[in-house]
Design a protein around this ligand. Structure first.
Ligand SMILES: Nc1ncnc2c1ncn2[C@@H]1O[C@H](COP(=O)(O)OP(=O)(O)OP(=O)(O)O)[C@@H](O)[C@H]1O
Ligand SMILES: [Mg+2]
Length: 503
């Protein structure tokens, strides 16, 4: 490969050269005349905008004696390891600072990769670094990630086993794998570096974060949901939370396979969705509400018109007739906000058969219940609560927030008339997400809303390693909506509700 580059110049020669190093096969001419060539500046290597302390030029620094090695070694020559790391950091910084990212980003990824690979190979030869092919490839990847992707977190975004990425300042990055949070070795160079990546994320959705707007919701190109909080609200440095978009979300039978619920429970839920039994999915943060909503939605008939309303479009409904809507935050002047309530009201004028509300959390609850009560049965929503009872009281509070003059009894009456089924989810201490309860709302008795549990998860013990032991159980109560199911020709065997039968 070395033969392709004319790099047999000394570092000093390179540092003083005023012409780019000729690199065969690099399509320098691909940029329009008006656009500066993003890479042309690189091989010239003028003094760095932010010079490395104690050095006059980049290459001079690279050629300068290296500091004594640290204790890390892993059997490899520690001096060499240190030298590599050091050179990598400097190369990295230099490439990122010098390259015109905007112009470069217009090129196809393969083209960028080729450029970067050639530049890195040159530097490595100049520096006389002994990188093997794999190390070179890794290094090129890191630089590409930095230029075109989201830098150090790019590998985590590509890692299919990671579901959440949580950044707590530049030096602390956690991920969630299989329901368990674990620290990673990923680091940002400093807070500026992290802020640069954050701005890249939020700029892509036309937003910005700064001291006067330190909070922001955004979405990555792949649909992953991002929340950003920077100083001054984030005390120890910028905080970023990323919920990765699952390209292949878990369906109901997969949820049964992973032990989130039993087949009998799944059968009842699927039947309820088919028969348009209005369902609420309740659970804490990250308990799997959206996943369950998505899984259940697959049982909605293809013939129905569905409208989804979300803050960040996460649902992936498979039906052909889906109209998706997303809320909009206020702009910098605090104007132009479109709330869930506006969208629910609007949805009613769009002739939906069902409305799917990503998360019910405020004043839109009232309009949602109205919709559920007026011909949009089978609508679904998720709600943040720790058990079905709490879900109901949260709904009561939310309807209270709508500022209507309603008594508690009439609020409860509305809820009892609208919602039939509550699926309660929980993320337990072992990281597993489970359906903790399936409960049916049966109506009102006086001022009291009546609810009965059909299935529950009974926790029996927690092992030392945190694993939760327990089992699913039918309570013996047969849901009243079985008659609705029967009317639609759906039969559920009585044994599904027999508490003496193992699920
Ligand atoms: N039963 C399950 N087993 C394993 N992983 C699951 C299960 N259910 C959901 N997940 C995964 O857990 C993560 C969180 O799920 P999901 O987004 O559905 O939660 P949520 O309750 O909607 O979260 P939030 O409150 O943040 O909206 C996702 O990565 C999802 O793929
Ligand atoms: Mg969710």
């Amino acid at each position: 490969m070395a033969g392709r580059f004319s790099v047999r110049r000394s570092a000093a020669e390179l540092a003083s050269a005023d012409e780019p190093i000729p690199v065969e096969g690099v399509a320098w001419t691909v940029f329009p005349d008006s656009a500066p060539d993003p890479l042309a500046a690189l091989p010239v290597l003028p003094a760095a905008a932010e010079p490395v302390p104690g050095s006059t030029s980049f290459l001079a620094t690279m050629a300068s004696p290296l500091p004594p090695p640290s204790s890390s070694g892993n059997g490899a020559n520690p001096l060499q390891t240190e030298k590599l790391l050091d050179a990598k950091v400097r190369l990295h910084r230099r490439l990122i600072e010098e390259i015109n990212l905007q112009a470069l980003e217009k090129l196809p990824e393969e083209e960028i990769r080729k450029h970067v690979q050639q530049l890195v190979s040159q530097y490595i030869l100049v520096e006389r670094l002994a990188l093997n092919a794999q190390e070179l490839a890794e290094f090129v990847n890191e630089i590409l990630d930095e230029m075109t992707g989201l830098g150090p977190i790019e590998p985590l975004l590509k890692d299919g086993t990671v579901s959440d990425i949580l950044i707590n300042g530049p030096e602390c990055v956690y991920v969630e794998r299989g329901g368990i949070l674990e620290p990673t070795a990923v680091r940002f160079k400093d807070e500026q570096h992290l802020l640069r990546i954050i701005n890249k994320i939020v700029a892509a959705v036309g937003r910005r974060v700064d001291e006067s707007h330190p909070l922001c919701d955004a979405r990555l190109l792949d649909g992953s949901r991002v929340n950003v909080a920077i100083r001054p609200v984030a005390v120890d440095g910028a905080l970023v939370s990323i919920r990765k978009f699952s390209k292949k979300p878990l369906n109901l039978s997969k949820l049964v396979d992973v032990g989130a619920l039993k087949p009998q429970m799944a059968e009842l839920l699927a039947a309820a969705v088919k028969a348009r039994v209005t369902t609420l999915i309740s659970g804490g943060t990250g308990s799997g509400k959206t996943t369950m909503l998505n899984a259940l939605s697959s049982f909605i008939s293809d013939k129905e018109r569905l409208i989804t309303i979300e803050d960040a479009a996460e649902l992936q409904l498979q039906q052909p007739h889906v109209a998706r809507m997303e809320t909009r935050p206020p702009n910098v002047e605090g104007k132009g906000e479109i709330k869930q309530r506006d969208l629910v009201k609007n949805a009613l004028r769009m002739r939906p058969e069902r409305i799917i509300l990503g998360e019910c959390r405020g004043e839109e609850a009232f309009d949602m219940l109205q919709a559920m009560n007026t011909g949009h049965e089978g609508s679904m929503a998720t709600i943040h609560a720790n058990n079905p009872r709490e879900a109901i009281s949260r709904l009561e509070q939310m309807i209270g927030m709508a500022g209507l003059n309603m008594t508690m009894t009439s609020i409860r009456g509305q809820i009892a008339a609208a919602v039939r089924l509550i699926v309660q989810l929980s993320r337990l201490s072992d990281g597993k997400r489970r359906v903790m309860s399936i409960a049916e709302i049966t109506g009102m008795e006086g001022e009291i809303l009546q609810m009965q549990e059909i299935y529950k998860y009974v926790r029996t013990a927690t092992r030392e390693d945190g694993t939760v032991e327990g089992h699913f159980q039918a309570t013996g109560i047969r849901p009243r909506f079985l008659t609705d199911l029967a009317a639609k020709g759906i039969k559920i065997p009585a044994s599904h509700f027999d508490p003496s039968q193992p699920l």
